[in-house]
Ligand binder design. Sequence first.
Ligand SMILES: Nc1ncnc2c1ncn2[C@@H]1O[C@H](COP(=O)(O)OP(=O)(O)O)[C@@H](O)[C@H]1O
Ligand SMILES: [Mg+2]
Length: 274
Amino acid sequence: MARIHTLPPELIGRIAAGEVVERPASAVKELVENSLDAGATRIDIAVAGGGADLIQVVDNGGGIHPDDIELALTNHTTSKLATAADLAGVGTLGFRGEALASLAAVARVRLQSRPRDLPLGADITAEGGSPKGAVAWAGPGGTRVEVRQLFFNTPARRKFLRAPETELGHIREAFIRLALSRLGVHLTLTHDGRLVYEVPGAMGFLDRAGLFFGAEVANALYAFQGERDDATAAGYIGERDRLRPRRSILPPQAPNRRPRVIRPGASPGTRSGR
Ligand SMILES: Nc1ncnc2c1ncn2[C@@H]1O[C@H](COP(=O)(O)OP(=O)(O)O)[C@@H](O)[C@H]1O
Ligand SMILES: [Mg+2]
């Protein structure tokens, strides 16, 4: 009969990390959401080998105080809420304090950050969980995260990764969702040194849709906006037949703002604008 024992903390961390970070695209999503939460107006994403070899996200957001940099890689540490009451009013994309710690548990992570108003920031690395001591960093204001060899210490998960092209497809999809839901942010995606997408901050929703799906799809979208009492509905409606092949990729994104894509064929009254 097998007896019951408690798992060592390192192993618990690795197992839990696999639930937060399923594949490279989920790491990209978590990192870009952190950049957005930090108020970045420019985010550059570079991946190699479908993200399995390298995911790098560089932003010009608020940065991390050098005294906090080690905490950023520690589980259940967040700057986004402090008390249970804060849960009711979460306005950020993240708040569980799990993403960076999870990545650090299952990859080789380097985090470099400098708040613009400090002359020096910090640079720290973690491989499979344990952060090494931070050193000073004099890079540009903002944050830079490098994630190398995702799942290097969880071979079962590493084996589960698909071909680089397939993983890149998931990354592109995550990128498209972010780019369509966050206007005003300059985003780039590079794969193996080749530019995949560049989305200038000033590019509007329809131009972004055109860039990702082609002019035919963009031309089949119609803006609407309506208000009643204190409810607002705004978004785009598409011609069902011309959008059908794309409907799966135009999701509403919580807790996000406008504009929002309503599924082809949905009536404008079925979703509110927030
Ligand atoms: N790109 C970034 N810019 C500024 N701060 C960041 C960035 N990424 C992470 N952080 C800081 O590290 C903390 C931990 O990040 P994360 O593990 O994703 O947890 P969460 O986003 O749920 O708070 C964040 O709360 C934030 O303070
Ligand atoms: Mg986060």
